[in-house]
Design a protein around this ligand. Structure first.
Ligand SMILES: [Zn+2]
Length: 107
């Protein structure tokens, strides 16, 4: 008896690959699929390539730009917060001596 073949239909890469599908020639090892085409391996492969893509995206110009934009927003918020605080402090320091002087002059 022949060994069972993988039941996956493969489409060769290339322009007309989609018109020339063939059955995978590897022997089935799990649930009628070869090691390459078993759904578990396919899912794992997709996950891996997605991870690779994400790493690649993170290191790409647009990925870095997005990260930089986020950082800029955070910094702008921080600056605005610091400005408000400094303004309050200056207002407090500038206002008090002046009013004290006015009090002295007026007094
Ligand atoms: Zn296969």
């Amino acid at each position: 008896m022949d060994k069972k073949k993988c039941k996956k239909i493969v489409y060769p890469k290339g322009r007309y690959g989609a018109f020339h599908p063939y059955g995978c020639s590897r022997n089935a090892v799990k649930a009628g699929y070869c090691k390459q085409h078993h759904p578990d391996s396919v899912v794992a492969r997709i996950k891996k390539s997605k991870e690779r893509y994400e790493i690649k995206y993170k290191n790409s110009a647009s990925g870095r730009l997005e990260k930089a934009r986020k950082r800029i927003k955070e910094l702008e918020k921080e600056i605005a917060r610091l400005k408000t605080r400094r303004h309050d402090k200056e207002g407090y320091e500038n206002h008090n001596p002046l009013s004290e002087m006015q009090r002295t002059i007026g007094g």
